[in-house]
Design a protein around this ligand. Structure first.
Ligand SMILES: Nc1nc2c(ncn2[C@@H]2O[C@H](COP(=O)(O)OP(=O)(O)OP(=O)(O)O)[C@@H](O)[C@H]2O)c(=O)[nH]1
Length: 367
């Protein structure tokens, strides 16, 4: 239920600085936030009604207090949701609602004459809500409001103190004591599951190439950096390959970009199916790919790539069967004398350049 950002925006009043699409996003996430608070509030205030009512029956109070208690317990949760849902800034409206909850909590503590168990329960539930929704800041604001509202009410209506909780009142407080924290835990668990799913998707977006699903250039280079460090530290061998489709521009020009995309996907599939699962395939962008073969000598890497080229020779694109996909490949084995992974990459790039200049459709090793 955490929305600390929303709370800090509310506190600093920076809401209107965002561009329109960000404001729309914020509006949606504000509504989701209000929605997440809605059911816990319905349950918390309904169970809380009985706690307060069990003490109120012993107090010499007018019927108006009972009306207010019913309204707070059963009408306010729905009103609060409607207000937040329709507000231009739902997060701000929901934070305001939470602070109203704290205020009302203070009022009920006073009206109960500070009866120990229900008062402690109200402070704990408000604290849990405010801490969960806006962190320490909202918790402190809520607590301050609760204390002020309690003191003010005590001063206004001169209620006799009634600190002791009777056994029957303990029983009536049990549902709030048990049900509310359990439900709150469930909501927090669901939020954590959603967050981890979002994190996984973000991770996927930031490391994978959108079209082929293999690693994008940035992440692939990051993995290459790691491989370089490992090879240096543990004297391991590894070979790097850069692969570029030959005359790819003419496939695009003659058959259209859709067929060009199919060619890129076909090369990706061949690399993934024929090479080892441990070989790290990345798309450099356009028609260029990179492969890191960990623990593999240059000769073995070339043999593996020859198998890929042989398969490509027999493969035909469904929408352009006359096209034979050919690739040029630059191969560079790790060398301890290299001073950085970039030097390794440069060696493979030079070998690829050589393959292109020597007539394409070739595999060239770095000098
Ligand atoms: N269909 C498609 N084309 C792309 C994509 N990304 C880049 N291209 C095109 O790929 C072509 C890259 O061509 P180059 O590598 O420069 O040249 P080439 O025709 O392959 O020539 P050589 O590499 O020298 O054999 C350009 O025309 C780009 O517009 C893509 O995702 N899909």
């Amino acid at each position: 239920m955490s929305d600390e950002q929303g709370f800090s925006r509310w506190i600093s009043g920076r809401a209107m600085e965002c561009p329109t699409h960000l404001n729309e996003d914020r509006h949606h996430s504000g509504r989701r936030f209000a929605r997440r608070v809605y059911l816990p509030r319905v349950i918390g205030l309904a169970t809380g009604f009985f706690c307060v009512a069990s003490v109120l029956v012993m107090q010499p109070l007018s019927g108006w207090w009972w009306l207010l208690l019913v309204a707070n317990g059963f009408v306010w949760p729905h009103l609060a949701w409607q207000v937040a849902d329709r507000a231009p800034d739902p997060t701000r409206a929901e934070i305001r609602n939470l602070l109203i909850d704290s205020c009302m909590g203070g009022v009920w503590i006073a009206v109960m004459g500070l009866n120990a168990l229900p008062s402690a329960l109200i402070v704990a539930m408000m604290g849990m809500n405010n801490m969960g929704c806006g962190g320490v800041k909202l918790f402190l604001y809520g607590l301050l409001l609760l204390i002020c509202a309690c003191t003010l009410t005590l001063g206004l209506i001169h209620i006799p103190l009634n600190l002791e909780t009777m056994p029957s009142q303990v029983w009536i407080c049990l549902p709030m004591l048990i049900v509310y924290p359990m439900y709150y835990g469930l909501v927090s668990y669901r939020t954590a599951v959603k967050l981890s799913e979002h994190k996984r998707r973000l991770m996927q977006l930031s490391t994978r190439d959108g079209m082929t699903g293999v690693y994008n250039r940035r992440h692939w280079e990051h993995l290459l950096h790691g491989e370089y460090d490992n090879c240096q530290r543990y004297q391991r061998s590894a070979t790097l390959l850069l692969i570029d489709i030959d005359h790819f521009k003419s496939i695009n020009d003659n058959f259209g970009h859709d067929v060009g995309d199919e060619a890129i996907l076909a090369i990706t599939e061949h690399l993934q199916l024929i090479l080892r699962i441990t070989d790290v395939v990345g798309r450099f962008g356009g028609d260029e790919f990179g492969v890191i073969m960990s623990g593999t000598s240059q000769e073995s890497a070339i043999q593996a790539m020859v198998r890929v080229c042989e398969q490509l020779n027999t493969f035909r694109l469904p929408r352009a069967p006359q096209v034979v996909l050919r690739v040029s490949v630059g191969v560079a084995q790790f060398d301890r004398r290299m001073t950085s992974y970039r030097e390794w990459l440069k060696a493979a790039d030079l070998a690829l350049y050589k393959a292109k200049n020597s007539g394409r459709g070739r595999i060239e090793a770095a000098a």
